[in-house]
Write a protein that binds this ligand. Structure first.
Ligand code: NAD
Ligand code: LMR
Length: 328
């Protein structure tokens, strides 16, 4: 199994690579060939990380190679985890980058080149997870440039789902693992919509158990939508440990059959499900058959409230697509 990771010397990868090397993440028992990609100025730092990975002596790992460009790294890759990009919160040219969408012009260009390389050189059944922000539209740029519809492109919304589960578990005094069918719709941005109305806690409807729409709309929703900003404010850097855990969880959920009665979360190319415009990468509830096939779960009942929120986040994705149309 060849696993390519960009931004490999960054803070997310510092947790993500060790998580991926633990047993049981990938369905295949094959050992991992890690293909770690960075930009030239970060290669020395990456070499330091590789020394630590070697010192960790993972039984799951066959080889570790580093590259300063994706073209040499991507040949026959099974998975590509595209983390490499600039996070918000950093100051560029004397100006702080405040919203993930402000990263579109800065990071978008990275994904044209990477898309082309993945489409032509990675395996035909390669799975790609975009973590770098703005993740949904970066995935669209990569997918369009890859021109290889057999490959599965996704953007990460798993972190939003884990955040939502953690808040529900606190509110209801239950364990996160007892929460089923919690879906993130739309963009990984302040418009995302975490749906509780179709979720259940061990069979009992989550929204009804909370029984407080005011809390859902005015407390829960903004908390999940703004959690990334809350963490940047507190840490002075964007989420990393939780983002790495969510990326690893996405891989694991794609690789293994979804537990009965549940869904997992990622943004995929919309096929028009739930009236989300086709041709944008939107968060949807998904299931995996454990054999490399995932599909959108289509039996969620959406209230007027949910539909209006999903319209808003879809419109934002359409606006982002318009802004990068020259890259598609
Ligand atoms: P970081 O700055 O610590 O690391 C990013 C790394 O990417 C750096 O080492 C940089 O040298 C490298 N890089 C930049 N351009 C590259 C390129 N073209 N090819 C290969 N490597 C390249 O940032 P981080 O905290 O690890 O975050 C990475 C990205 O993930 C950011 O865009 C951040 O906003 C995003 N993020 C997304 C989510 C999500 O839920 N989708 C969550 C957290 C962070
Ligand atoms: C997050 O949600 O933590 C990341 O997308 C980082 C950010 O910019 O908020």
């Amino acid at each position: 199994m060849k696993i390519l990771i960009t931004g490999a010397a960054g803070q997310i990868s510092y947790s993500l690579v060790p998580f991926l090397c633990e047993r049981g993440i990938f369905a295949s028992k094959e050992k991992l060939d890690l293909s770690l990609v960075e930009i030239p100025p970060a290669m020395k730092k990456l070499d330091g990380f590789v020394k630590e990975l070697e010192d960790s002596a993972y039984s799951s790992v066959n080889s570790i190679n580093t590259y300063d460009n994706i073209n040499d790294a991507v040949l026959d890759a099974d998975w590509c985890l595209l983390v490499g990009s600039i996070p918000r919160g950093v100051v560029l040219n004397g100006k702080e980058i405040k919203e993930r969408a402000d990263l579109l012009q800065i990071n978008g260009g990275i994904f044209t080149e990477q898309g082309k390389a993945i489409g032509s050189k990675a395996k035909n059944n390669c799975k790609v997870l975009v973590v770098g922000n703005p993740a949904n539209t970066n995935a669209l740029i990569g997918y369009k440039n890859a021109k290889n519809p057999n490959q599965l492109w996704m953007a990460m919304t798993m972190l939003d789902a884990l955040r939502a589960k953690a808040q529900v578990a606190k509110k209801l005094g239950c364990h996160v693992d007892d929460i089923y069918r919690l879906a993130i719709f739309g963009n990984h941005s302040p418009t995302m919509f975490p749906d509780l109305e179709n979720s259940n806690v061990n069979g009992k409807n989550t929204y009804e158990q909370i029984g407080d729409h005011e809390w859902v709309e005015n407390n829960f929703l903004p908390k999940i939508q703004q959690r990334g900003a809350e963490i940047i404010d507190a840490r002075g850097a964007s989420s990393a440990s939780s983002a790495a855990r969510a990326a690893c969880d996405t891989v694991k959920n794609v690789e293994h059959k979804t537990r009965s009665g549940d869904v997992f979360n990622a943004a995929v190319l919309s096929d028009g499900s739930y009236d989300v415009a086709e041709g944008i990468f939107s968060g949807f509830p998904l299931i995996s058959d454990g054999e490399g096939n995932i599909k959108i779960v289509r039996d969620f009942n959406l209230s007027e409230f949910a539909q209006s929120k999903i319209r808003k986040t879809s419109n934002e994705l359409l606006e982002e697509r318009e802004l990068v149309k020259d890259l598609l």
